[in-house]
Design a protein around this ligand. Structure first.
Ligand code: SF4
Length: 388
């Protein structure tokens, strides 16, 4: 099986905390991006003739800045060039203010069956601080249109630990979103990344920042994190990954494929891939990407190789990834799968680490190895133990 990721790097405006590969662009640039993307999908397809596509994910950026016709075109190219499983999951990320009812209906007709709405907050004050283009009522309007168009698998992205945010306000956001009954919620804490305007404002110290816009203290951040688990589990959401919650059967198959290290291929600017233990990413230079597929060589290949950072994972790297990606999932990792995959007992490789983490109350060990609640709270510390 194969998961396909399509990167659409365009956004109306850059949010103040964002370090994703995304930027505003003229309509003509957005139009010019689609043709090379279609070429890439087609020229790469012979390599994946033996696979069946089980998930497609349009991510970004803001994929919904593309015309619906472009999404239709990309999906029909994929269907023409690749074999699909019977019931593929096809997701598109949408930001409020960039899609109307007609667009959602076209997505539906094109085969999209899952919508992920990036709202982050339902408070205008917080959305403004983040530099988002939308306000809360545009989010509610988008959600309503998505449902009216007939989508029954919807994710809402939320973010906590925002500047000036209090635990009660975040709790109110959670409850408001709960009332809408989305099938899935991704709840991440804000991370201040270097190179973003937020890093200049908050990265080193925020002593010059207006008191009401300071980042929450560690204690407040912990309260918000705990609130997420409490509120969502009370409403029947199941935490299947450290930051992801869903109703039963509505887990995101595409993301699970990443955490389980299934094969995935990314198309578009900067898109990452991992196929049969080889990782790479496409160039992040827009002009280079556009030029590579403008003309094709007589053998149908791109004029320039756009794959970068090609890494053939050795056995140790594969085992590390198996552990630290798999442990993100609530179900954890299986000793039997480890043995089947690497022909060596997990105990032989990680016996000492498992004993130490188990004694500290960070993991539970049986046939499956899972993080405890305490282990989830300090997951980065736990995962670091599995690196060689
Ligand atoms: S909408 Fe998303 S990808 Fe675009 S700038 Fe904001 S955070 Fe970044």
């Amino acid at each position: 099986m194969l998961s396909v990721y399509i990167h659409i790097p365009f956004c109306i405006r850059k949010c103040l905390y964002c370090d994703f590969l995304s930027f505003p662009a003229e309509e003509s640039t957005i139009e010019a991006y689609v043709e090379p993307l279609l070429e890439e999908i087609e020229t790469e397809s012979p390599k994946y003739a033996a696979y069946r596509v089980d998930t497609v994910f349009f991510g970004g950026g803001t994929p919904s800045v593309l015309k619906a016709g472009h999404i239709e075109h990309i999906l029909s190219k994929l269907r023409n060039c690749y074999k699909f499983t019977e019931d593929p999951e096809i997701t598109i990320e949408v930001n409020p203010g960039t899609a109307d009812r007609q667009k959602f209906e076209k997505y539906k007709n094109a085969g999209v069956n899952r919508i992920s709405i990036g709202t982050q907050s339902v408070h205008d004050k917080e959305l403004k601080v983040l530099g988002r283009i939308h306000n809360a009522s545009e989010f509610f309007e988008t959600y309503r249109m998505v449902r009216e168009a007939g989508f029954d698998n919807v994710n809402v992205d939320l973010m906590s630990a925002l500047p000036g945010q209090k635990a009660e306000e975040y709790g109110a956001t959670l409850r408001t979103v709960m009332d809408l009954k989305p099938e899935h919620i991704s709840a991440y804490s804000l991370i201040i990344e270097e190179g973003t305007p937020f890093f200049d404002m908050y990265g080193t110290d925020c002593s010059g920042t207006e008191q009401s816009l300071c980042l929450p203290t560690e204690e407040e951040e912990r309260l918000m994190y705990e609130e997420t688990g409490k509120v969502l589990s009370k409403e029947g959401y199941y935490r299947y990954e450290i930051s992801n919650y869903s109703l039963k059967g509505k887990e995101c198959r595409h993301n699970i494929a990443y955490w389980k290290r299934y094969n995935y291929v990314g198309f578009g600017l900067g898109a990452a891939s991992m196929v049969e233990n080889v990782r790479w990413r496409n160039t992040a230079e827009l002009q280079e990407y556009l030029n590579a597929f403008r003309e094709l060589k007589p053998n149908g290949k791109a004029l320039k190789n756009i794959k970068e950072e090609i890494q053939h994972l050795n056995l140790n790297e594969q085992m590390e990834e198996f552990m630290f990606l798999g442990l993100r999932l609530t179900e954890g990792v299986s000793r039997a799968e480890f043995l089947k995959m690497f022909c060596i007992d997990m105990e032989e490789v990680y016996g000492t680490v498992l004993k130490e983490l188990s004694e500290k109350g960070l993991i539970e060990c049986s046939e499956r190895i899972k993080l405890t609640q305490y282990g989830r709270d300090v997951s980065n510390y736990v995962m670091s133990h599995f690196l060689f």
